[in-house]
Design a protein around this ligand. Structure first.
Ligand code: PEP
Ligand code: MN
Length: 337
């Protein structure tokens, strides 16, 4: 149950709500910013009697939420959430495209890519510095040096940067450089990392784990929201299935399914979702047609020489073509690029 306090509620009023929640054996989580104070009360349904809260002083509204995820649900918030990252607004009219290499490899590779994707119309630059690789024998990323190169590319192009944080120990370093912090698929279930990220003042791009159900995906988002970070963008990046012709199966069903039950913006990563450069453009068109708020695409100046994920990276030319085709679909469904 979500308790929304009136703007003139005092600390005493808030304390009274929390005390009542605790008295009935529930857990109360206070979320407060300059514009609103809400208390998320969770516990056994039968103990949660709406009137017992609504009659307390300066309680403005009591919203019963039946879903396991509360703050991520449309029951709690009906209007679409908009998340702003360096001038790009996710969840609005405009389709936001994030593009860049899987891994930051060197200055030339990154700057060439950054310029190319910017010219083609991308809004943000992606690039992995700390890489969660399947094999310990493959390129693990440049670490902090990679972040420095991303900052250089931001300076050169004005594009905000998106990069992954794999571990709490690197969080402060990544925070210094990133405009949007990515939680990778493998870390979607890392609740300790999510709790830390819930306290940061920067937006989070949360990628779906390749085996996560819709509920599990939104429960991970709930970790971020319940800790006080309401700038959360979801990302569908393909799930495991029995097919052998693609790396993953891009689950576009989840786009309208999530839109129905959650107010959070959701984008699609057709690179990891397919693992094949020839499927990226068609699946990007499909993602936008299905209602996605944006895309995240891997682009490399020379994919055959990429240190990671070359087979699912577009050349700058192919990326230009993607933007052209996505624009046409976006217009057809009443959106802009
Ligand atoms: C990535 O986007 O760099 C990445 C590693 O993707 P995922 O976490 O979806 O595998
Ligand atoms: Mn990759």
């Amino acid at each position: 149950m979500i308790i929304v306090m009136a703007v003139n509620a005092t600390d005493e009023d808030i304390k009274q709500v929390i005390t009542h929640a605790e008295e009935i054996g529930c857990q109360a989580n206070l979320l407060r910013d300059s514009s609103r104070t809400i208390i998320n009360v969770v516990g056994e349904e039968r103990n949660l009697v709406r009137e017992q809260f609504s009659l307390l002083p300066h309680v403005e509204n009591v919203i019963p939420v039946l879903k396991p995820y509360k703050l991520a649900s449309r029951e709690f918030k009906q209007n679409d959430t908009k998340v702003e990252v360096k001038g790009a607004t996710f969840g609005g009219q405009k389709i936001i495209v994030i593009a860049g290499p899987c891994s930051v490899e060197n200055e030339e590779q990154l700057l060439l890519t950054a310029q190319a994707v910017k010219t083609a119309g991308a809004s943000l630059l992606r690039g992995g510095a700390f890489k969660p690789r399947t094999s310990p024998y493959t390129f693990q990323g440049l670490g902090k040096d990679g972040l420095k190169l991303l900052a250089k590319a931001r300076e050169a192009t004005g594009l905000g940067i998106v990069t992954e944080v794999i571990d709490i120990s690197e969080l402060d370093t990544v925070l210094e450089y990133a405009d949007l912090l990515q939680v990778g698929s493998r870390n979607m279930y890392n609740t300790k990392l999510l709790r830390e990220l819930s306290k940061v003042k920067k937006p989070i791009l949360l990628k779906r784990n390749f085996s996560a159900t819709l509920n599990e995906f939104l429960m991970s988002a709930e970790y971020l929201l319940s800790g006080g970070n309401d700038q959360v963008i979801l990302c569908e990046r393909g799930i495991r299935s029995f097919v052998e012709y693609s790396r993953n199966t891009l689950d576009l069903n989840i786009i309208p399914a999530i839109k129905k039950v959650s107010h959070l913006p959701i984008i699609v990563d057709p690179s990891h979702g397919t693992g094949r450069n020839d499927l990226i453009i068609p699946m990007s068109r499909a993602a936008i047609a299905a209602g996605a708020d944006g895309l995240m695409v891997e682009v490399h100046p020379n994919p055959s020489e990429a240190l990671s994920d070359g087979e699912q990276s577009l050349t700058p030319d192919a990326f230009r073509q993607l933007m052209k085709e996505v624009k046409a679909v976006a217009q057809a469904v009443g959106r802009d690029v």
